[in-house]
Design a protein around this ligand. Structure first.
Ligand code: HAM
Length: 424
């Protein structure tokens, strides 16, 4: 047997109800806030990410799955959706007929990380991106969408970490101060951080190694160096969150592991995930569209990890079950039962049948296993009398009707609500 590579998961039917509940909660929330769905490619030219995410980020230097196409061009499996969506936004004429554009997406992402609980090499994200406005309302809206989704999924025990990392103009001054601070202590840095100090000092605040933690804790705060415009933006966002009861915690060292951010950065974290404490994260990136060849267009967005939300949701979601299980006694009785399938499925009812089993007991057992609401029996007696019998599984009550009234009977049955719960 060939097994799957490390850090890659199969989502089998035992997990799919819960999985779909997450995707459905996200989709219905995005639609409520007027975000529109995009399907973007899983594979891009590697440059989309090397330029978009920053050449010194861990994702670009260590974690991208890349391959060469037959023409020698470097391709990458997408490690995230934002740079890809920006590429698509610019390439599709920037959707410039609208002043603001709001998009959402979901699907697999790939990062060659060391696999552990909540950290995979192929994982799934849903995310939203808003293009075209500098207004802090949109930072608030993006956060509110994720807060809405978390609440729909029953995840309330999280902390929203919030920071501003300023704009390229004001960040320069801070980076100088930060470099000076670290330069004096460079001997105590890990090897990665020694490189970061030369290439991209802001990434020093991103280091997760124990060795670098004490230095990080003493590092100067970026927010003491940001300009008035960035400061005002941050205060307005904080006021919107506070006025609308979205609890948030000041996180003055939250810089995030991607270079495209400007001003707002945030993470939704919990202590229930061990080392991988963030289940959603995002921020503003006002320069990425222009850097990617588009018009200057401010933007803000977030993405959440579906596997991490899955781990955070309490308990299993009950299998939705089916509306009808068809019970027969083989031969002509089976043929008669099969004839009832199209009228059922064309009306939206879910059903199942086992053509090989003819024992009533075995079929009732299967009906129970499939969590059927109603059992529709066409046994030999029914066949002779041109009838069908319906048993309601919850009450055990049973009634028979003429086969020629099957359509009439169905008009009085509702398609099971459970099947459609949470679907948008
Ligand atoms: P990110 O923080 O790299 O941001 O990822 C967002 C979320 O994806 C994380 O909070 C986590 O839940 C999930 N995630 C990341 N890596 C893994 C992994 N190896 N295994 C399982 N889950 C993972 C971004 O990707 C940005 N594109 C977010 C954004 C959108 N910023 C602006 N717009």
């Amino acid at each position: 047997m060939i097994s799957k590579p490390p850090g890659i998961e199969d989502i089998f039917p035992d997990r799919i109800e819960k999985w779909n509940r997450i995707v459905d909660a996200a989709r219905s929330s995005f639609v409520s806030f007027n975000y529109r769905e995009c399907i973007i490619p899983i594979m891009e030219f590697a440059e989309v990410f090397t330029r978009g995410l920053g050449g010194a980020t861990d994702i670009v230097t260590k974690e991208m799955f890349t391959l060469e196409d037959r023409g020698g061009r470097n391709l990458a499996l997408r490690p995230e959706g934002t740079a890809s969506l920006v590429r698509a936004y610019v390439e599709n004429g920037e959707f410039n007929r609208l002043s603001t554009c709001k998009f959402f997406y979901h699907g697999p992402m790939f990062r060659a990380e060391r696999p552990q609980k909540g950290r995979l090499r192929q994982f799934n994200q849903f995310g939203a991106e808003m293009f075209g406005s500098i207004d802090p309302y949109y930072d608030f809206e993006i956060i509110l969408v994720m807060d809405t989704i978390a609440r729909k999924l029953g995840i309330m025990d999280y902390t929203l970490l919030l920071n501003s990392i300023g704009c390229p103009e004001c960040r320069g001054g801070y980076i100088k101060v930060l470099s000076e601070y670290y330069l004096e202590k460079s001997e105590s840095l890990c090897d990665d951080c020694k490189t970061r100090l030369n290439k991209n000092p802001l990434r020093l605040l991103d280091c997760k190694k124990e060795k670098c933690r004490p230095l990080k804790e003493e590092a100067p705060f970026i927010r003491d160096y940001i300009c008035e415009g960035c400061s005002t933006h941050h205060e307005k966002l904080q006021k919107l969150l506070d006025d609308n009861n979205v609890r948030n915690t000041d996180a003055p060292r939250l810089v995030r592991g991607l270079d495209y951010y400007t001003r707002t950065t945030f993470e939704f974290v919990t202590d229930r995930l061990g080392g991988q404490n963030a289940f959603a994260a995002g921020g503003r990136y006002d320069n990425l569209v222009e850097q990617s060849g588009g018009k200057s267009t401010p933007a803000v967005g977030f993405a959440a990890g579906i596997e991490r939300l899955f781990l955070l949701m309490d308990g299993a979601v009950n299998s939705a079950g089916i509306d009808f299980y068809l019970v027969h006694s083989g031969g002509e009785s089976l043929n008669a039962a099969i004839k009832l399938i199209p009228p059922l499925t064309s009306r939206g009812f879910s059903m199942d049948i086992d053509p090989e089993k003819t024992s009533f007991k075995q079929q009732m057992k299967k009906a129970n296993k499939e969590n059927a609401r109603l059992v529709l029996i066409i046994g030999e007696d029914e066949l002779m009398e041109k009838k069908f019998t319906v048993k309601e599984m919850s009450s055990g009550s049973q009634a028979s009707y003429g086969l020629d009234t099957f359509d009439e009977y169905l008009k009085g049955v509702h398609v099971s609500a459970r099947r459609h719960e949470g679907r948008s």
